[in-house]
Design a protein around this ligand. Structure first.
Ligand SMILES: Cc1cn([C@H]2C[C@H](O)[C@@H](COP(=O)(O)OP(=O)(O)O[C@H]3O[C@@H](C)C(=O)[C@@H](O)[C@H]3O)O2)c(=O)[nH]c1=O
Length: 184
């Protein structure tokens, strides 16, 4: 069975599947609904995404506004990323705090990021990133927080970040808080 770890940010869960290596290669269960159900999480997954990013890329920090909010279950199938979940839930005691972990294709770990979070990652080794989403992509509902906002205190561990134009223009956390009246 997988190890399912709760994290210091309530609602964020990290999962370490059990890997069965043998002389052919390996086997592991990469998704089970009951990992999350045991933590009281019930989501219907409706979309799977895959992206490739070269080392140094930063994507994020993204969310979709209600009623298109998305929970995500993320992992890498090759390479290594620093994955970040930023709590943007209005009234949350951990609002503005992050949980970060290294997702590593050699460990096969996954992170569950609930609705109400900004999500992003930086690429430590060229990576194929795959994830499940609990709601469909909806461009007009996209939002974000500026990845490089010093108030977030995130060490992205990359020297010369490669970033989309869109991701350079998101509001800071303080601006986001003002704009939204306190959060998502
Ligand atoms: C996310 C997404 C993008 N697209 C399109 C829009 C655009 O033309 C192209 C690239 O989109 P983006 O630059 O937004 O891709 P990207 O920066 O990889 O966006 C993703 O970042 C990570 C951190 C997340 O958490 C995801 O939810 C998602 O927001 O793909 C879809 O068609 N469907 C989707 O679900």
């Amino acid at each position: 069975m997988a190890e399912v770890h709760i994290t210091p940010i309530p609602g964020v869960v990290e999962i370490f599947p059990k890997v069965y290596p043998d002389n052919r290669g390996y086997f592991f269960e990469s998704f089970r609904q009951d990992w999350l159900e045991k933590e009281g999480i019930t989501e219907t997954w409706v979309q799977d995404n895959q992206s490739f990013s070269q080392k140094g890329t930063v994507r994020g920090l993204h969310f979709q506004r209600a009623p298109f909010a998305q929970a995500k279950l993320v992992r890498v199938i090759s390479g290594k990323v620093l994955d970040v979940a930023l709590d943007l839930r209005k009234g949350s005691p951990t609002f503005g705090k992050i949980y970060s972990t290294i997702l590593d294709a050699e460990k096969n770990n996954l992170l569950y990021v609930p609705k109400g979070f900004g999500h992003g990652f930086s690429v430590l080794e060229d990576a194929i990133f795959v994830y499940k989403c609990s709601n469909y992509y909806n461009k007009p509902a996209e939002g974000g927080v500026l990845w490089s906002d010093p108030a977030l205190e995130i060490n992205w561990m990359v020297d010369e970040p490669i970033i989309s134009e869109k991701d350079q223009e998101w509001p800071t956390l303080a601006e986001f808080k003002n704009l939204t009246g306190g959060g998502l």
